[in-house]
Design a protein around this ligand. Sequence first.
Ligand SMILES: Cc1cc2nc3c(=O)[nH]c(=O)nc-3n(C[C@H](O)[C@H](O)[C@H](O)COP(=O)(O)O)c2cc1C
Length: 192
Amino acid sequence: MTVFETIKNRRSIGKMTAQKPTRKQIEQLLEAATHAPNHHKVEPWKFLVLAGKSRAELGAVMAKALAERLGDVTNDRAQAMLNKEHNKLLRSPVVIVAAAEAPHQPNVLAIENIEAVAAAVQNMLLTAEELGLAAMWRTGDAAFDPHIKQWLGLAPDDQVVAFVYLGFPAIQRLERRPTPFEEKTTWLDWEE
Ligand SMILES: Cc1cc2nc3c(=O)[nH]c(=O)nc-3n(C[C@H](O)[C@H](O)[C@H](O)COP(=O)(O)O)c2cc1C
């Protein structure tokens, strides 16, 4: 497959089987991530690979953090939300958390570190596509919660860019036709 074909074929797949990708496959994704462009060559990414019981452990922290954000959790709706949060990470056998370091140098911008990690995540998704893996980029409020960052070993001003859910597809990918680029593009001085 060409890169262009891989880009066009890739779609988020949210339902995975319980089969875990191999260590080699996950390492290939991580290696691809490190080839992302990044300003000042600061390589601002941090990755945590969650498998096995670590997913449930973080799920418990996510549910506790959600309870704190909700305040009143005595009603059925809140309990259902907490239950869902608790089990979220169990939706796939592996989750890679991709985070951006807060800048340590005066000329480095936080937003550019986040952008570089977003590019790294896309490299992972494209590699997953090529390897026949299912992948889904997720965020949500948990990505911005200080308790979650602390559990992940991140600094308070580091940023979680993605929870990348990974596994083998349990469903057909949904078709999506992006808005044609013509509708998003202005050409200036293109003489032809
Ligand atoms: C920054 C970012 C955050 C996302 N967060 C979520 C999420 O929390 N839940 C979710 O279902 N999808 C999430 N997605 C995936 C998008 O829903 C998905 O990419 C979009 O629907 C386009 O579909 P495709 O990836 O199949 O082309 C996120 C994507 C990005 C780039």
